[in-house]
Design a protein around this ligand. Structure first.
Ligand code: HEC
Length: 184
């Protein structure tokens, strides 16, 4: 087969395009330009000191989830899908009235319950120190990032990043009651 000059040039262009594309793809594979899954927190002890300017100007992609997002979605949230999502909590939490505490406390009637007040369960000082009741807003904050909301909590759970998923789980928690609390 006779290969013309034009074909050679065209092939050359094609091959270099592939090369650029391939290198790019491999680069992406190696580097993973993926936003942080979990929020980065200041090192222990540094929390109440002035935040570093660098942290303040962090990109929105890694900014902590806004509590208001899930709260606004609560009224329309699907408790049934929250019940499904609760599977990841089930290893540590029972939900029946009078259910046994597992690694974590029983969650019957947790909405509106005093924080760290489940009787017969030994809470961490971190959770005991929070004070007040589990409002929707506080549940949202805690479930978004347990370790940030209650520094030192023994609930080893990374948190639910998606506001919609959090809203669904909170809507489900609300149903664990003889008298579900009014939505906000
Ligand atoms: C690995 C086990 C584990 C998983 C998974 C887990 N939790 Fe917990 N949870 C705990 C522990 C332990 C505590 C007690 C924390 C403390 O005392 O610091 C707790 C505390 C809580 C509290 C506070 C209860 C109270 O009475 O003050 C809520 C609410 C809660 N968890 C909800 C959830 C939800 C919802 C999920 C799933 C999205 C979940 N947890 C997943 C272990 C877990």
């Amino acid at each position: 087969m006779k290969v013309s000059m034009f074909e050679k040039v065209a092939l050359g262009v094609l091959v270099s395009a592939w090369l650029v594309y391939g290198v790019n793809a491999i680069g992406n594979l190696l580097v993973h330009p993926k936003p942080l899954e979990t929020t980065a927190f200041p090192a222990a002890g540094g929390a109440d000191k002035a935040p570093a300017p660098a942290a303040a100007s962090a990109t929105p992609a890694s900014a902590p989830p806004k509590a208001a997002d899930a709260l606004a979605m609560l009224a329309s949230a699907d408790a049934a899908s929250g019940a499904k999502a609760f599977k990841k909590c089930k290893a540590c939490h029972s939900t029946e009235k009078g259910g046994k505490h597992k690694l974590g406390p029983n969650l019957w009637d947790v909405v509106g319950r005093g924080k760290a007040m489940a009787s017969g369960y030994t809470f961490s000082p971190a959770l005991k120190g929070l004070g007040g009741e589990w409002t929707y807003k506080d549940l949202d904050g805690f479930l978004a990032a347990p370790k940030a909301f209650a520094k030192g909590t023994k609930m080893s759970f990374a948190g639910i990043k998606k506001p919609g998923a959090r809203a669904a789980i909170i809507a489900y928690l609300r149903t664990l009651s003889d008298q579900p609390k009014p939505l906000p």
